[in-house]
Design a protein around this ligand. Sequence first.
Ligand code: PMT
Length: 407
Amino acid sequence: MSSSIEGRRIVLGVTGGIAAYKAIEVCRRLVDAGAHVIPVMTDDATRFVGEVTFSALASEPVQKSLWSEADPIPHTHLGKTADLILVAPATARFLGCYAAGISDGLLTATVLATRAPVIVCPAMHTEMWEHAAVQENLATLARRGVIVVPPAEGRLAGGDAGLGRLADPAEIVAAAVAVLEGRGYQVPSGRLRDFDGRRVLVSAGGTREPIDPVRFISNRSSGKQGHALARAAADRGADVILVTTTNRPAPPGAKVVRVDTAASMEEAMLEHAANADVVIMAAAVADFRPKVPAEAKLSKADGLPDILLEPTPDILRELGRRRPVGQVLVGFAAETGDAVERAAAKLTAKGVDLMVANDVSAAGVGFDHDTNAVTILGADGGRRQVELSSKRQVADAVLDSVAGLLD
Ligand code: PMT
C-alpha cells in the first residue's frame, strides 16, 4: 500500500463531530503509508481534538483560516496542489455548504477550489443522516462526482446506536488508496454492492382507505421497515423504486412513488413490477375499505354511519400471478400468536419466494418500532431467524436471502 500513495498530497479535512478523534487514526495511517498529509480543521473540529495532534502526526501545521499571513490565498493553493481531498468526519453542515456551493471557511473554500477527487465520510446521528436535506445534499454531491464513504451502524454519541457512525479508518484509507490508484471506490465486504444493476421494487407504509373526505381506515405501519429495505438495496447497488404511503426520506437515487390507498398502491406496483428483478411487499395493505366513501364529511348529527365494507385488491397475490420468469417476490406477514405457521400458509397462498414473518405481539417487533425480529421463510422450506435488531439489519438479512435466489 505504501508505494502507491507515497508522496501524494492529501488534504485531510476534519469537521466538528465527535468522530473527529477517529480522523487521528486516518491521518496516522495515511502518513504511515507515505502520503504527504495536509490537515485542514474547522473551528468546531478543534473543540473535539487538538490541532497539535494532527500537526505532530502529519509533520505539517494544521490550517484553519482563509486569512493566513503566510499564504494570501490558501484555499486555491491547497485545492490546486492536492492529489486528493478527504473529509473525515464530514458533518451535515459541511455537506450542506459544499452541496450549496457556500464557502464558509477554509475547508469548504478548498473543496470548491479543486479539481482533485474529493472523498467525504459523513458521520452524524441516525436522525440527521436520514434527514431528507442531508440525503439530498449527498445525492447532489455524488452526482457531481464526489465519492461518499457511507457511515456504518454502531454506537453513536450519547450512548445511542444506529446508522451514522464514521466508517472504519482502515476502510477510509483503503478508499483513498483506491481513488489515488484510479480504481474507484467500492463499498468493501460487509457493505456489499451485490445488487449492482438489479432493479428492486419495494412497498412501504400502511394504506389509507377513505371513509369520507376527512376520515380513513388505516393501520400502525410507519413505513420504517420498507424504507430500510429500499435504503439497504440502494446501498448495495440496486436501482430502487419505492412505493410508499409515508413522507419518510428515501435513499439517494431511489425513485419514490407516493401513494395512499390500496388501489393506488396496486396500480403503482403492477406498473413497475413488470421490469423489476426483485419485488418486496413490506407495506401493510388494509384488507377492507368502504365500498362507497361518503362525498361529504359524515356528521354526528346524522347518527351512526352505516359503512359497507369490501375487500381491497390482494396486490401480492396479483404480483405473484403476473411475475416474470426469474423475478424474486417477497412478502411480509405481520402476525400475532403462531406467526411462523400463519406466514407459511400465506407464502403458499400468495405464491412468493420468501415470506418474512414478524410476530408483532413481541416487544420491539413490527409496527412503528425502530427494531424488528423476523423469521424468513423460503418456498424451498428454508427458515432463517433474525433476532431483535435494527430494521436496517433485518433489511440486510432479507436482501441476503434474496441475493441467494437471484440467477
Ligand atoms: O412499517 P413499519 O412500522 O416499519 O412496520 C413494518 C411492518 C410490520 C408493517 C412490516 O414488517 C410487515 O409485516 N408488513 C406486512 C404487514 C401485513 O399487512 O401483513 P399481511 O399479513 O396483512 O399481508 C401479507 C402480505 O400481503 C404483505 O406482504 C402485504 O403487503 C400483502 N398484502 C396484504 C393485503 C393486500 N390487500 N394486499 C397485499 O399485497
